[in-house]
Design a binder for this molecule. Structure first.
Ligand code: 5RP
Length: 240
């Protein structure tokens, strides 16, 4: 099972890199999570190929993890302010619906991931078969990741309750170690607002983002142009 999932992540990532990176690609955004590891692996193979025609001048990370991945692969690390226009970003997702709406932030990096995605001409999602869903909240049952300002997390939880939702402060494992703190020094609330279909995705994002102290939600709408899903049978499903 674990091998099947890893193989699916790898196949999806290799296909996505091979079909979206060519000699015209200059700046690449690198998402976070376990699937993009294979994107970086494939990118590095292609850059180091002696016959490579690639001219990648910068890779922009979305987290401490992806920064390390870029450095360890020997790719050129740069930041978003130096490269505010990115040709293509590759990122994972926790759940993907038929319209390419996403839940992201399982790793707590969705703020930086959204900033990099918003600066990208193309956002390509890579995932394994477990992430596909007909509505958000069906496969991913851990709640919508919402990054919040630490001093207000309890009042934000109360506002979420008044909207009919519930939330849990994300704790580092083991729980005694305290809450998860994001790369930007904020906390994560995992928010339960039911199953989200169609317009409910945007409506829920808008309700949450209006609460003072909410920095960003893990709901991504109208931003991913492609998704590559590694399947159990070894094939790759392309969604666009
Ligand atoms: C991190 C993310 C990740 O992209 C998402 O959690 C998917 O991770 P993985 O590829 O390990 O399943 O949004 O904030």
């Amino acid at each position: 099972m674990a091998d099947l999932v890893e193989e699916a992540k790898k196949k999806a990532s290799y296909a996505a890199i091979d079909e979206h990176v060519d000699s015209s690609t200059s700046v690449i955004g690198i998402g976070s999570g376990s699937t993009v590891v294979y994107c970086v692996e494939r990118l590095a193979q292609r850059v180091k190929d002696p016959n490579s025609a690639l001219k990648i001048k910068a890779c922009v990370p979305t987290s401490f993890q992806s920064k390390q991945l870029i450095i360890e692969a020997g790719l050129l690390l740069a930041d978003l302010n130096a490269h505010p226009v990115i040709d293509v970003t590759f990122d994972g997702a926790d759940e993907i619906d038929e319209s390419l709406n996403l839940i992201k932030g399982g790793g707590g990096c969705h703020l930086q991931e959204k900033l990099v995605a918003a600066a990208s001409k193309k956002l390509v999602i890579v995932a394994d078969y477990r992430k596909e869903s007909n509505a958000l909240g069906v496969q991913w049952t851990k709640g919508i990741p919402v990054e919040v300002i630490p001093m207000a997390y309890v009042s934000i939880q109360k506002k979420i309750e008044s909207l009919g939702g519930t939330s849990k402060l994300r704790m580092a494992a083991p729980a005694k170690a305290g809450p998860v703190v994001t790369d930007s020094g904020n906390l994560i609330l995992d928010v339960f607002m039911g199953i989200l279909r169609g317009d409910a995705v945007l409506e829920t994002h808008l309700k949450l983002i209006q609460i003072p102290g909410v920095v960003e939600t893990g709901l991504f709408m109208d931003i991913a142009g492609w998704a590559y899903l590694g399947l159990q049978d070894g094939n790759v499903k392309r969604m666009a």
